[in-house]
Ligand binder design. Structure first.
Ligand code: RIB
Length: 300
């Protein structure tokens, strides 16, 4: 069993399903509501643990009911949490709008205590990060913390994955700390200035990411699959009707990281990521939609 260390954020997802987004000033009747665990880092840890990896999650929480939700989730999934409880902040939350007809989503996330994670916190966790086979982070916690953790991992020879979500401009040199980056189309455009709609666009953008120092870019493209530099398109794997796409990218990253940690080839790990994402969109919610390894294996 490989060891994966993930830095990121937990938030409670308040999910609203409706036939369309309300206009400014309008009140709209929704079709349903759910409250459940989310946050990109925590979702990725869930996908990774359910894929069978020894999964450690570094984050910060408040001292409130959402923090209890987080701890119960991780305990149940066998995730080892390194989560400081902050008395002067709150556990974050996200507004998740899900379009009833397609399952597509739009999100506002407020990371709360997750926004107070610092580079110095990463120094405190340095031994944990150095002891991993794979290190993963995203951009919902402060950039400084992500950069410091990537430095620590890279120097120790740990495979590094940056899922650059939500989209942001990155400081010079940050991409050179990444063995893998896994942006979607929007995030790829934010990083490279190249709009991605087709595999040819993805190939062009991936070349640019390599020039910026990335080891192997992997551009996730929803129902088209993922573009893997040096290979080409890895097709998406459909596992059923699309119910909710929230957390699909997280499913990909968690499944991919777990596969890398048990020494699968990069191509096989991307196929596993695609299968994990394909299963996750057939179920509602984010963390709750992450599939167990037996389901992924059967689908593949
Ligand atoms: O990637 C999906 C996640 O993004 C949601 O669970 C939400 O919490 C936001 O962080």
């Amino acid at each position: 069993m490989g060891k994966v260390v993930i830095l990121g954020v937990f938030v409670a997802d308040a999910g609203f399903r409706a036939d369309r987004m309300p206009r400014m000033g309008e009140t709209l009747l929704g079709n349903s509501f759910s409250l459940g665990p989310g946050g990109k880092g925590s979702n990725q840890a869930m996908a990774c643990a359910r894929s069978g990896a020894d999964t450690h999650f570094i984050t910060k929480l408040g001292q409130d009911d959402f923090a209890e939700m987080a701890q119960a989730l991780w305990d149940n999934a066998g995730i080892t949490a390194h989560a400081e409880r902050c008395a002067d902040s709150y556990t974050g939350a996200a507004f998740i709008f899900v379009l009833e007809s397609s399952g597509d989503n739009a999100i506002i996330v407020s990371p709360g205590a997750g926004a107070t994670i610092t580079a110095a916190d990463m120094d405190t966790q340095a031994d944990l990060i150095r002891g991993a086979s794979v290190f993963v982070t995203q951009l919902e916690q402060p950039m400084d913390a992500a950069i410091r953790a990537l430095h620590i991992a890279k120097e120790a020879g740990v495979a590094t994955i940056l899922n650059p979500a939500p989209a942001a401009a990155l400081p010079d040199g940050m991409l050179a700390l990444c063995d893998y980056v896994t942006p979607n189309e929007t995030e790829t455009e934010a990083l490279t200035g190249i709009a991605v709609a087709t595999p040819e666009d993805a190939a062009h953008a991936a070349e640019r990411l390599c020039e910026l120092g990335v080891g192997t870019p992997i551009i996730t493209m929803g129902e088209q699959g993922a573009y893997l530099q040096g290979h080409g398109m890895v097709p998406a794997i459909r596992a059923g009707n699309v119910v909710d796409t929230t957390g699909a990218g997280d499913a990909f990253n968690g499944g991919f990281a777990a596969a890398l940690s048990r020494c699968e080839t990069t191509l096989r790990a991307v196929q596993i990521g695609c299968a994990t994402a394909g299963l996750s969109v057939t179920r509602a919610g984010a963390a709750a939609s992450m599939p167990n390894w037996d389901k992924v294996e059967r689908l593949l």
